[in-house]
Design a protein around this ligand. Structure first.
Ligand SMILES: [Zn+2]
Length: 280
């Protein structure tokens, strides 16, 4: 694929094959029945085009008022209609009232991810769906984004500027959090970066040159700084914790054990095979 020109004939929009599970926001919205409740949490200028789904009851919440979201004038025209100024960690919504929560590049911005996911689980109906898109904090894109934030804050002395990506997730830590709150993963994908954040007027002038350098690195020296930058995930809420615990494996029989002693490390006897294990 390296060096190959992508012609319009070779590119296609996302298509869902018959045996593909749904994942993308619009696939879920299209499958929800009339009058279903949707929460666009951390909506910014709208995580999707709300006007395309007139049969759904969509509430949009963000901690910033729409004119402070940082979008340009053209995007403001499409601000979500039912906008509520609010904190994702304390949603002004009844428990069990929502069918579908959208966290589209929102979870990395909150101060308390645990409280945010707890709130999402509270407002969702049992069996409700949660879509979360977020950056892989180990990717070059996210590291570079955070570096740019620190640079602006501490080198350009914009000290009052909020560091946007407060949270760092990789795929395992994301699932640990979601599973601990009663969510189960239904489908996901790993996405390359589009460096879309460089549309920000303050850095837009660097974007084309920057992407040319990254494209050169990818094609000439096989260093791909686009790959595995984002996760798109769809979960179902069922309210039971999906994380189990294993603290020890027996060196003799290989069985899994849970050490319920209070920090008492030392030799132990396997309850399965009766052998004495010397490792902690
Ligand atoms: Zn054993």
């Amino acid at each position: 694929m390296s060096g190959e020109k992508l012609s319009p004939e070779k590119l296609s929009a996302i298509k869902r094959e018959r045996d593909d599970a749904p994942l993308f926001i619009e696939e879920i919205l299209s499958s929800l029945g009339q009058g279903r409740m949707v929460l666009d949490a951390g909506c910014g200028a709208g995580s999707f085009q709300h006007s395309r789904f007139p049969g759904l009851d969509i509430v949009s919440i963000d901690i910033k008022t729409p004119d402070r979201v940082g979008v340009d004038a053209a995007a403001r025209v499409h601000l979500p209609p039912n906008f509520v100024l609010g904190d994702l960690e304390k949603l002004p919504l009844k428990a069990g009232s929502i069918d579908f929560v959208v966290l589209n590049y929102a979870l990395e911005h909150v101060f308390d991810a645990n409280a945010t996911v707890t709130e999402a689980s509270r407002v969702l109906k049992s069996g409700g769906l949660l879509y979360a898109a977020l950056p892989n904090s180990r990717s070059f894109d996210d590291k570079f984004y955070r570096f740019a934030g620190y640079f602006a804050k501490y080198v350009l002395l914009k000290v009052h500027k909020r560091l946007e990506h407060q949270q760092r997730f990789d795929f395992l830590s994301l699932n640990k959090l979601l599973y601990s709150k009663g969510f189960r993963l239904l489908s996901f994908c790993e996405c390359p970066s589009g460096y879309t954040w460089m549309n920000d007027p303050r850095v837009k002038k660097f974007r084309a040159s920057f992407l040319k350098i990254l494209s050169f690195l990818k094609s000439a020296v096989k260093i791909d700084l686009f790959k595995n930058s984002n996760y798109l995930t769809l979960y179902r809420y069922d309210g039971t914790s999906g994380i189990r615990t294993v603290t020890h494996i027996c060196a003799f029989c290989g069985m899994q054990l849970i050490d319920e002693r209070e920090r008492d490390s030392g030799p132990w006897t396997c309850p399965y095979c009766g052998e004495r294990n010397v490792h902690c």
